[in-house]
Design a protein around this ligand. Structure first.
Ligand SMILES: C[S@@+](CC[C@H](N)C(=O)[O-])C[C@H]1O[C@@H](n2cnc3c(N)ncnc32)[C@H](O)[C@@H]1O
Length: 262
């Protein structure tokens, strides 16, 4: 993908305002902006219009740390092709990706999109926007860190078998331990597709190393690691270059579990 593929007329305003990237009141301002729009009734039950309204805010008021349209379209296409029944998301922010991918999951015949978000405030904003978009039956939001969310969803029986897809978009150093936790619990197996955001901006060398390694290499890595995964899972991984809504280059890592070595 080339920068010419990025439509610069659709660029978000800067994420950074006075040294802050979020949590300066912009998330509540987003909610007020959306519910005060004259076209609010046309947004009800319409995920695409809710996404457009979030994009409008990020283009005219303050930038937001959403995945955005360009990278989002890569994942939406993947969902249409793989038709997952369940997706686990770590890092929900104000619900942009949960609305975009929850809608794609529903259109592909899937059932549940579980979004885990550490901030109770962001999770509350996301819950309101998911409800507005008419996706309450599909998207559930769990407040907690990735590790807490995985444990709670697993022990309550909500996640009881292999995940069809997982989307990592939270605390960058937690991608690898949270993936390994999923592996240990048997939530990753042949057919599971893992999608990791921000592989260039800011990058995530430990995660890239783990998902691109052979079984033999992972056995070595796991031996020296406090956080054990399942090194016997065979992964096929590729990097897809794309663009942040701010116009910065980024990449998604898309990893498919293709088997288990005895
Ligand atoms: C880049 S944003 C997610 C954007 C969202 N996926 C989207 O595209 O609309 C990262 C989010 O991860 C959350 N977060 C940070 N550390 C976390 C953790 N350990 N577990 C879960 N969420 C976390 C932050 O509060 C923030 O909302």
């Amino acid at each position: 993908m080339d920068i010419s593929d990025f439509d610069r007329s659709r660029i978000y305003l800067s994420w950074e305002v006075d040294g802050k990237f979020h949590s300066d009141g912009r998330e509540v301002a987003l909610l007020e902006y959306i519910y005060n729009r004259p076209d609010i009734d046309q947004l009800r039950g319409n995920p695409q219009r809710v996404l457009q309204a979030i994009d409008d805010f990020a283009r005219s008021v303050t930038g937001l740390i959403n995945i955005g349209e360009t990278k989002g379209a890569v994942v939406t296409k993947l969902i249409a092709n793989h038709k997952p029944d369940t997706i686990l998301e770590l890092g929900g922010y104000v619900g942009y990706s949960a609305i975009m991918f929850g809608d794609a999951l529903r259109r592909a015949g899937g059932k549940q999109y579980h979004s885990v978000e550490k901030s109770p405030l962001f999770a509350a904003v996301a819950a309101s926007l998911v409800d507005l978009a008419g996706l309450r039956d599909v998207v559930s939001i769990t407040v907690g860190t990735g590790a807490e969310g995985i444990q709670r969803l697993y022990h309550s029986g909500v996640l009881k078998s292999q995940l069809a897809m997982a989307f990592f978009d939270h605390h960058k150093p937690s991608y690898t331990p949270d993936l390994k936790r999923c592996e240990r619990l048997g939530l990753v197996g042949p057919g599971t597709v893992l999608v990791a955001d921000n592989m260039i901006l800011p990058g995530n060398p430990p995660y890239a190393e783990w998902v691109r390694a052979s079984v033999a290499e992972k056995r070595e890595l796991d031996r020296d690691s406090e956080e054990k995964g399942n090194p016997n899972l065979q992964y096929r991984s590729r990097s897809i270059k794309s663009w942040e809504p701010s116009g910065h280059e980024d990449a998604l890592e898309i990893t498919e579990c293709v088997g288990v070595e005895a």
